[in-house]
Write a protein that binds this ligand. Structure first.
Ligand code: C2E
Ligand code: MG
Ligand code: MG
Ligand code: MG
Length: 291
């Protein structure tokens, strides 16, 4: 059926389209009225270095629980916040929260934090994020900002300039969800990134699809040639772990090792997993059981 446009021109909506407009409006309203400081929180998913069998870092993942809307997926509320102009406030809150948890972590564990490219078009937004890290007293070398390729393409020159600035401050940079956007290889080479994250879409069917396995192999080679770290997302099974290990990839993030965890659980996970080597010589010597 038709709805009246403000100029009186009828516009046709499918029912599905109407639903998604209504959902987006509800989220937008929720985001403005929400007590974001109270309702936003962060979970941490371990990134394992399988070559050393230890937690190398955690990716901070945004969570929003609203009393009316319930638990909202980050994919939905981040997109809405980007469009509605609240992404800046939201990111500042999340970064502060994430850094608070990080205060308890061992120094050799890094944090990956997702940045919306919308923020990178504004020098003041960027500067604010950098001072939040400074105020927390966390070394920039312990933080990897993740950005997605699709986002970069929207405002290429400005974003690349910001990325150079971020690197100059001592932060690392990862290109997230690699393979799903449209960066050409020459773009990747020009970007001041330090790592790639292979999107989980390629890992999902690796066991069944030789084509996906070839893509993963090609990205692994690309990383070796460009001297980039390579993180594999979405490893869920032993078989997938075997396949990526066969390609000499050893930074793994996925449900096989752990789902995203609440801060205290994340810390406990790292302490447990990273303790075997370090504490081995702190253990009391074996007791003499001979008589
Ligand atoms: P992402 O940065 O690629 O994060 C990884 C997503 O994959 C997370 O979903 C994580 O829970 C999920 N994942 C990890 N391992 C597995 C696995 O083995 N199997 C499956 N099926 N999924 C796995 P999540 O938390 O729903 O986040 C979705 C996306 O939302 C993120 O994708 C990121 O693009 C965005 N996002 C999350 N937090 C933030 C944030 O603070 N700021 C911004 N700008 N975006 C964020
Ligand atoms: Mg990410
Ligand atoms: Mg990702
Ligand atoms: Mg992803």
């Amino acid at each position: 059926y038709a709805k009246q446009h403000s100029k009186g021109v009828p516009i046709f909506f499918s029912e599905q389209h109407e639903d998604s407009i209504r959902d987006a409006l509800a989220l937008e309203k929720g985001l403005t009225e929400a007590n974001l400081e109270q309702e936003l929180y962060v979970e941490f998913q371990p990134i394992i270095d399988t070559s050393q069998n230890r937690v190398a870092g955690f990716e901070a993942l945004a969570r929003w629980y609203n009393p009316v809307l319930g638990q909202v997926s980050p994919v939905d509320f981040i997109t809405t916040a980007e469009q509605a102009g609240s992404i800046r406030v939201l990111t500042n809150i999340l970064l502060k929260r994430a850094l608070e948890s990080m205060q308890d972590w061992p120094e050799d564990i890094y944090m990956a934090f997702n940045l919306s490219a919308v923020l990178l078009s504004s020098p003041t937004c960027l500067q604010r994020l950098i001072s939040i890290v400074e105020e927390a007293g966390i070394a920039p070398s312990r933080i990897v900002f993740e950005i997605t390729e699709t986002m970069i393409m929207q405002d290429y020159d400005r974003v690349i300039e910001s990325l150079h600035y971020i690197r100059k401050q001592g932060f690392s940079l990862a290109l997230d969800d690699f393979g799903t956007g449209y960066s050409s290889l020459s773009y990747v080479q020009k970007m001041p990134i330090t790592r790639l994250k292979i999107d989980r879409a390629f890992i999902k069917d690796m066991a069944k699809k030789p084509a996906d396995r070839n893509i993963v192999r090609t990205i692994a080679d690309l990383c070796r040639n460009l001297n980039l770290d390579c993180v594999v997302e979405g490893v869920e099974t032993e078989r997938q772990l075997q396949l990526v290990t066969d390609l000499d990839l050893h930074y793994i993030q996925g449900y096989y090792f752990s789902r995203p965890l609440a801060p205290t659980a994340a810390l406990a996970f790292a302490q447990f997993m990273n303790s075997n080597t370090e504490t081995a010589d702190q253990l009391p010597p074996p007791r003499d059981i001979s008589f």
